[in-house]
Design a protein around this ligand. Structure first.
Ligand SMILES: Nc1ncnc2c1ncn2[C@@H]1O[C@H](COP(=O)(O)OP(=O)(O)OP(=O)(O)O)[C@@H](O)[C@H]1O
Ligand SMILES: [Zn+2]
Length: 460
């Protein structure tokens, strides 16, 4: 069997991956907070861990991998979005509007991630459906002396956990210095973090031994991972921005309940914009939907992500997009009619080496250069590329209506001797990457390099 090696954040080493139960390899990845469209950065962990999921399924068998990715649907940002709608006059109770906002966002998320060729995880638990498990776990932490109640809040006592900080390998003092910890009068120590907090009457809340309230974010993941994957499981993933405090706190909660929790921790580096993490709070983001609507195919976005190792920061650039698009067009033409073969062993080996996706793409280039269409098609599928689900975008777009309009404008211009409208339309077409050929016989339009269907909208 293929030996998989993965870099474990907890040990900072590349280690041989030995599943606890090879008959059921278990992975948990922190999913989105469902208050708005996913930005391109949010899509990176989805593509990275989808690729790992595909590799694990290939090596252990599709029925022997369980992949859980949660949906965080308890959050002040969802409440705020719903409240804004209510204030704008939307009908229904705030509770209804919160549910609507989460459901709508989850629908968008599913559509957008499917467009990137991501397989649905085995389970997608919603935090609101796991409140009982969270309450039970918090009760257990109090009973074991790791948490305390204060003014309707329950806090985890960081000082009670000698292992705290094991993931980042940093001293607690350094962590405090680097993090924005909330100082609140009910905390015994500024590092202590919220397990449960009270909800005002106007906000979603659930009954608990500590009064009506809602869970903190960290306990959600500990409870859902434990409920669906058991006390010990294989891989826990997410973006590196979650390593501290979110993952450190997940570990503390779970270990202090006596759970072994995750064996391997994997973190993807950030998608950046000019050296800074793409994030909602910095406002330097665009959504996956923005790109898809501009006519950038999801398969192209996926290929651009795969071009950089998950442990390295990366930028989205138009140059990368153009290159990936050109390559995929060629490959799709090449594999037409080919029956996909088994993935080439070199592709499996590249992915098994700590998910070396750039190396795997290099193997695809080699197979294409050798003209091995069957192997190219079968190997690309292991990366979620050249799949039937993502096909279709390379078909030539229908530009005949635009060609007809340009021909009409030209006929009018020949009569009036005013070519301004013709020139303007031609310039707009060229700006959208359309090759324009005008001759006595008529007007001919074809998509060229950098073709951008989104830019044609202005001409519609
Ligand atoms: N720029 C980025 N590059 C790569 N991964 C990211 C980036 N921003 C967020 N993520 C990851 O996206 C996933 C979903 O995160 P979450 O829903 O908490 O994001 P968010 O709060 O909407 O985004 P933001 O970080 O912009 O506020 C997490 O695994 C997180 O690490
Ligand atoms: Zn989490």
């Amino acid at each position: 069997m293929t030996t998989i090696r993965l870099t474990n954040t907890a040990t900072r080493r590349k280690e041989v991956f030995a599943p606890i139960d090879p008959g059921n390899v278990r992975m948990y990845v922190c999913g989105p907070t469902v208050y708005d469209r996913a930005h391109l950065g949010n899509a990176r962990p989805v593509v990275v861990f989808d690729t790992l999921y595909r590799l694990l399924r290939h090596v252990h068998g599709p029925d022997h991998v369980t992949y859980v990715r949660n949906l965080t649907d308890v959050d002040d940002k969802i409440n705020a979005a719903a409240l804004a709608r209510k204030e704008a006059g939307a009908p229904g109770s705030l509770e209804d509007l919160i549910r609507q906002r989460s459901d709508e966002t989850i629908g968008w998320y599913h559509d957008d991630m499917a467009a990137l060729g991501a397989l649905p995880p085995t389970e997608e638990p919603r935090a609101t459906e796991w409140i009982d498990a969270m309450v039970a776990m918090i009760g257990d932490l109090i009973a074991r002396g790791h948490a305390y109640e204060a003014e309707g809040h329950v806090l985890f006592s960081v000082a009670s956990d000698p292992g705290y900080g094991s993931l980042s390998g940093r001293a607690v003092e350094d962590m405090i210095a680097g993090a924005r910890v909330e100082v609140a009068p009910w905390k015994r120590d500024p590092m202590d973090f919220v397990l449960w907090k009270p909800s005002g009457d106007d906000l979603p809340g659930w009954p608990s031994p500590w009064g009506r309230g809602r869970p903190g974010w960290h306990i959600e993941c500990s409870a859902m991972a434990n409920g669906l994957l058991g006390d010990r499981f294989d891989i826990h993933g997410g973006g590196i921005d979650l390593a501290f405090p979110h993952h450190e706190n997940e570990i503390a909660q779970s270990r202090c309940c006596g759970h072994g929790f995750a064996q391997v921790w994997m973190h993807n580096e950030m998608l950046q914009v000019e050296g800074k993490k793409m994030s909602k709070s910095l406002g330097n983001f665009f959504t996956v939907r923005d790109l898809l609507d501009r006519g950038v195919p999801g398969e192209v976005i996926r290929m651009v992500f795969l071009g950089t190792h998950y442990s390295r920061p990366m930028d989205w650039t138009e140059k990368k997009r153009d290159e990936a698009e050109g390559v995929l067009r060629r490959w799709r033409t090449m594999i037409e009619g080919a029956v996909p073969g088994a993935p080439h062993p070199d592709i499996v080996a590249a992915l098994a080496d700590d998910l070396n996706t750039a190396g795997a793409l290099a193997v695809l280039h080699r197979l294409a250069a050798e003209g091995d269409a069957a192997s190219l098609a079968g190997s690309a599928r292991l990366l979620g590329l050249l799949t039937p689900e993502l096909a279709g975008w390379t078909d030539a777009p229908d530009l005949s209506a635009l060609a007809g309009r340009l021909a009409e404008l030209r006929a009018a211009a020949l009569a009036s001797k005013d070519f301004a409208a013709v020139d303007a339309m031609k310039a707009a077409l060229v700006a959208a990457g359309v090759e324009v050929r005008m001759s006595k016989d008529g007007v001919d339009l074809a998509p060229g390099t950098g073709f951008d269907a989104g830019k044609l909208e202005d001409l519609a």
